[in-house]
Design a protein around this ligand. Structure first.
Ligand code: TMP
Length: 237
């Protein structure tokens, strides 16, 4: 049986990954493709337990360093890859994952200065060769994304450990995501997340269609408002 395809969604806070995963999942189902929606940190029983420790701020309270956090993210990822992602792909189903290895590279590596050698080793161990076929990087000004994340939070619900950080830190991560996409143009596609939900979904679908469903079919349809193949330039700052 042919293995399923593995697609990851990355970006800052409040960029709309979850909405877009649901929309892509519906389109894939309409095309007769079975897909599984999962997330990181999490996606398996063990990894969801680690998610709680990381996002509630408990890891911070324990005085865990960014390198320690990177180890926990990697441990959660290894379990997720082993118990959920690989078995699902093996069945021929597609996996749509909300965050994956690039989040560790950007959040812990680029923004929190964990040594690149440690990030590389952890990534190798955790993903065990399971590199995504496609990664969408939803790009949005950090301030706009943080406001959206704030608005969607339910009353009484606190910002998580990462959402509490400054706009400047989040903007630094945004620029690092853009650089990562420019360095990996075949796998990573930048999507302008300031567009409408429908426009973003259209851009994503055109790329999935042309890259994974019918890679040899010429692109017949044009986006109503944007060209998804255009990669915005990473800005320093
Ligand atoms: P989210 O589910 O709202 O995207 O929250 C997950 C948070 O965890 C988000 O702030 C990014 C952070 N994170 C990391 O710092 N490193 C990682 O490897 C992953 C997967 C997430």
């Amino acid at each position: 049986m042919q293995q399923g395809k593995f697609i990851t969604f990355e970006g800052g806070e409040g960029v709309g990954k979850t909405t877009q995963i649901k929309l892509l999942s519906n389109r894939l189902k309409d095309a007769g493709i079975t897909c599984h929606h999962t997330r990181e940190p999490g996606g398996s029983a063990g990894a969801e337990a680690v998610r709680h420790v990381l996002l509630s701020g408990k890891a911070e309270e324990m005085g865990l360093s960014p390198a320690g956090e990177a180890l926990l993210f990697a441990a959660a990822r290894a379990d997720h890859v082993d118990t959920t992602i690989k078995p699902t792909l093996k069945k021929g189903h597609w996996v749509l994952c909300d965050r994956f290895m690039d989040s560790t590279r950007i959040y812990q590596g680029e923004a929190d200065n964990v040594a690149p050698e440690l990030i590389d080793s952890l990534e190798k161990l955790a993903i065990d060769g399971q590199v995504p076929h496609l990664t969408f990087i939803l790009d949005l000004r950090a301030e706009v994304g943080l406001n959206r994340a704030h608005e969607r939070r339910e009353e009484g619900e606190d910002a998580d450990r990462f959402e509490r950080e400054t706009v400047a830190t989040h903007e630094k991560r945004r620029q690092a995501f853009l650089r990562l996409a420019h360095n990996n143009p075949k796998r990573c596609k930048i999507i302008d997340a300031s567009q409408s939900i429908e426009e973003i979904s259209f851009d994503i679908w055109k790329i999935v269609e042309s890259e994974l469903i019918a890679p040899n079919k010429a692109d017949e349809e044009q986006s109503p408002t944007s060209d998804a193949s255009q990669q915005p330039q990473a800005k320093e700052g």
